[in-house]
Design a protein around this ligand. Sequence first.
Ligand SMILES: [Zn+2]
Length: 269
Amino acid sequence: MKRIVGIVALSVSVAACGISRQQEVQMGQEYAQQINAELPIVQDPELNRYINVLGDSIARLTSRADLDWHFFIVDSKEVNAFAVPGGFIYLNRGLIERTGTMDEVAGVLGHEIGHVVRRHSVKQMEKAQGANLGVTLACVLTSVCNSQIAGAAINLAGGAVFARFSRGDENEADVDGVNNVVRARINPTGMVTMFQKLLEERRRRPAGVAAWFATHPGEEERIAHVQGLINRIDPATLRSLPRDSRNFQQFKARLASLPPSPPPRRSRQ
Ligand SMILES: [Zn+2]
């Protein structure tokens, strides 16, 4: 993890006043490399093909279709999802396992893609100034800030990484999420049912979804916000958008057939 901090600081310390697309992509690539070395990533080619085809079908219709988008499944039973600048999107296996239909995964993808399209992390970095730029950037990219610098325990595999976005950024990503999936001819209803599922799980068994709610403050008002956006869509159009697919169910079945996720690795100091 300390290496990640070093690399991120190195890559963007030259760019305090404006991060170019090229710098964003380079930084994202470096960071994704580190994440992929640190986190257990599902390697199954069929599963990876499916999540990349689905992700691409949404991302390539956004204003940042030019990015080289990559989608990864983290082999963790905890619920989480996060985005890295430059077009790297990570979904935990635990999140996918809790979905019932394709539109629920698509909604999460649409939201995370929204964060990248809007350059939410990049903008936070651009705001960061001063001598502690490297540290600040690491903090923007991770949620381990203070304790991390002191060498405290880090729980990368648990998923408590990334994306401390403001409520405003989250709202924007929700708006984008709805628009992104609708543009890809997928029903946005899954965003609402997914939130509802996670909220219900938080009531019953908060530990499994703690990482998700740490980075995605998902209260009832957020559900209402997304539902309000969906209500504005012409009902006939909404009905015409599929919520599920056979390919998705095959994908889910294949994911379920993998050996259980490894236990989270705790504290690398
Ligand atoms: Zn978000």
